[in-house]
Ligand binder design. Structure first.
Ligand code: ATP
Ligand code: MG
Length: 242
């Protein structure tokens, strides 16, 4: 069964991109055909150059100027995975980022329809898993990504339970999403008091690790160091989702 996962957070810098790219590789190593999409339209990550890039962007797909197949880059050979890995990127050009920030509600609802169409097309062309890295926060560019996915993983840092509750109760639940949480950069102290418990399963509590902080999004831990505790946490996460 094919499915899509959006990786979202109420605040920035919680580790979404690290998790998205490592999870994509983990699924592909399992033989799944994976499509990894950088839908952080306001702050494109380009996945730190870990995967090959071409001068084609998801922005054009959302504008209806190109099809999803035209903008994806096949990274399977470089990655050496059992399953296929294809990557789609948001345009990092400053003018394009500004352009996206100015889009109105009507454009955003058309973009949501395009995203839903893309996902269907990806499933029908043989992708098993679509992983969508989103912008943090609650504006349309983020909520569209959440709205078009089957599963939502909300990533939060220790001590940020308030924001997590707001996105769960204010966005994921009204959209009737299956959601999970990951506490990342855990410092060994529980973030939650009893009343603060979040109403979704917390699939992982990943410690704050010097290596991850040092290499960040520039290293694909699940590929280069599968025995690393961060990689193990990602493999475990994958097994819990599907
Ligand atoms: N478990 C961890 N331990 C230590 N550092 C981490 C951990 N996870 C992520 N980081 C660091 O946190 C920083 C932010 O990570 P990342 O870019 O993946 O976050 P993000 O949520 O995608 O950010 P943004 O909201 O800006 O897109 C990176 O420098 C990364 O190295
Ligand atoms: Mg990011």
């Amino acid at each position: 069964m094919s499915f899509s996962i959006s990786i979202h957070s109420s605040k920035g810098g919680t580790g979404k991109t690290c998790i998205a790219q490592n999870l994509a590789y983990a699924y592909a190593m399992d033989g799944k055909n994976v499509c990894l999409l950088d839908l952080d339209l306001k702050s494109p990550s380009l996945f730190s150059g870990l995967f090959p890039v071409k001068d084609c962007w998801l922005n054009s797909v959302l504008e209806g100027r190109q099809e999803i197949d035209d903008v994806l880059v096949d990274a399977t050979r470089e990655m050496g995975t059992k399953g296929r890995v294809c990557v789609g990127y948001s345009n990092p050009d400053i003018a394009e980022i500004r352009e996206i920030s100015l889009k109105d509600r009507r454009w955003q609802s058309q973009a949501l329809q395009k995203l839903i169409d893309c996902k269907k097309k990806l499933f029908s062309s043989g992708f098993d898993v679509v992983i969508m890295d989103s912008s943090p926060g609650v504006d349309y560019t983020s909520v569209n990504v959440v709205a078009c996915s089957e599963y939502v993983i909300t990533v939060f840092k220790s001590g940020e339970s308030r924001g997590v509750q707001l996105v769960i109760n204010g966005i994921y639940k009204p959209l009737e999403k299956r959601c999970f949480a990951i506490e990342n950069m855990n410092n060994g102290v529980s973030s939650f008091s009893f009343e603060d418990q979040i109403p979704v399963p917390v699939l992982a509590r990943i410690p704050c690790m010097c290596d991850v902080s040092k290499y960040g999004t520039k290293k694909l831990f699940t590929c280069e160091d599968p025995a690393h505790p961060f990689s193990k946490a990602i493999f475990n996460l994958k097994d819990q989702i599907c």
